[in-house]
Design a protein around this ligand. Structure first.
Ligand SMILES: [Zn+2]
Length: 247
């Protein structure tokens, strides 16, 4: 299948761009869609991705917000006067969502999405299940739209689709692009392991089911919530994750 061959290979290899000595991001272009990783400002910040479609733009996770000024600067540079249309939160933990309040204020996205169960503590501004207390920050109530299994958002020529992947939290989601099959895996699977299942609403049993689901979903390249990204393939890391859980 020639089309598959083309889709499976990025048009450009990953590029690392220095905007100034503090602001670094990397860019990968896949079939009219760019995935830009804003380098985490702090060690424990989540990865932050911008997905630029031909018509709409999206941000996936926001970091803790402790260095949000730097993130805002990077995002403005990458957007280059385009608006930020959507924000997706892979799960409710503070290292992924702490910066959201400032991102909403700065960019006024049309919608902010999260999985149904993790949207609840975000709407309530509940700093316990979101680990705000653990990180020394607070979550303020926010307007969140549910994004659950099969829900889709079109970015123009590319469509992001929700995959429920509970385990790290009950409302954890992964997001896949229908065209490139690029997978944003949140804290479900990383290059060096799987997400911790011992926080509130976490479940090892659900994590195993979610990893099995990702094993069979047919993704190509994955962009996790922490650590390095994988631009092609990556199934071996899901299999390794399952083995680490005794499967
Ligand atoms: Zn987490």
């Amino acid at each position: 299948m020639i089309s598959h061959f083309i889709l499976a290979h990025p048009i450009y290899p990953i590029r690392h761009i220095n905007l100034d000595k503090h602001v670094i991001y990397s860019l990968i272009v896949l079939k009219n869609m760019s995935i830009v990783q804003i380098q985490p400002a702090l060690l424990f910040d989540s990865n932050i991705y911008l997905v630029l479609g031909s018509e709409k733009t999206a941000m996936i996770d926001t970091g803790t917000g402790f260095a949000v000024d730097q993130t805002v600067k990077s995002v403005k540079n990458v957007l280059n006067k385009r608006s930020l249309d959507y924000v997706f939160i892979t799960h409710c933990h503070y290292d992924h969502v702490g910066g959201l309040g400032t991102i909403i204020k700065e960019f006024s996205p049309k919608k902010v999405f999260a999985g149904k169960k993790d949207a609840v503590p975000l709407r309530e501004g509940n700093s316990e299940p979101t680990l705000g207390v653990k990180f020394g920050g607070t979550i303020k109530p926010m307007d969140i739209t549910n994004f659950d299994e099969g829900d889709k958002i079109n970015l123009g020529k590319h469509t992001l689709v929700a995959i429920d992947t509970p385990g790290h939290t009950a409302g954890s989601i992964s997001i896949i692009d229908e065209v490139t099959r690029a997978l944003f895996s949140g804290d479900t699977v990383f290059v060096d392991g799987v997400g911790n299942t011992t926080y509130p609403t976490g479940s090892a049993v659900m994590m195993i089911e979610s990893l099995k689901k990702l094993e069979n979903i047919g993704f190509n390249g994955f962009y996790p919530g922490h650590g390095p990204v994988v631009n092609n393939g990556g199934l071996e890391f899901v299999k390794k994750g399952l083995r680490s859980m005794g499967v």
